[in-house]
Design a protein around this ligand. Sequence first.
Ligand code: ZN
Length: 208
Amino acid sequence: MIHEILPVGPLQCNCSVIGDEGTREAMVIDPGDDIEDVIALITKHNLKVKQIVITHAHIDHVGGAMKLRAATGAPILLNQNDYALLKMLDMQAAWCGMASPGKVEIDQSVAQSDKVKAGSLVADVIHTPGHTEGSVCLYFPLEKKLIAGDTLFAGSIGRTDLPGGSFEKIINSLQEKVLALPDETVVVPGHGPLTTIGEEREGNPFLR
Ligand SMILES: [Zn+2]
């Protein structure tokens, strides 16, 4: 598995470029900004992007999606429970003091237990409401890797004080779905350093 993690934009969202070494097919997760740099990585590895997956509709995760779609022709996937939030991108931009990326069109909703594929790579969609209603994580069972969006961070969890957030729901998502994964699973959070499920199960103060 080719996996490049690139922190993008002023909020340094971790954008993942994940590719199949054989077929060169790839998916890009959370292309929030700096699309020229994302495309440079795609070109460097000679990849064909088949899917653009958005973990949730916050501007720092979705802001560059239309530019990447225009460059690659790949569809944009987002859970439908975040469509309302996506309509508030102008407001989100104003809150962050950022330029609005304009309208983002979703090609397909992804829901619990859907599979997202690129070449031989398969990710299971885990719906983890809490940070937003439509937050999802992507789990690669063969590689034991979780792309967690803003649901789980090293030593912390996603904030729940923004529109659509719920502390009760994020704790439930984490306890019922995320902590059900094996300890050795490598977690790539939406921001900041990598961690593992085992480390978070043991040391994350929100998961005690
Ligand atoms: Zn977020």
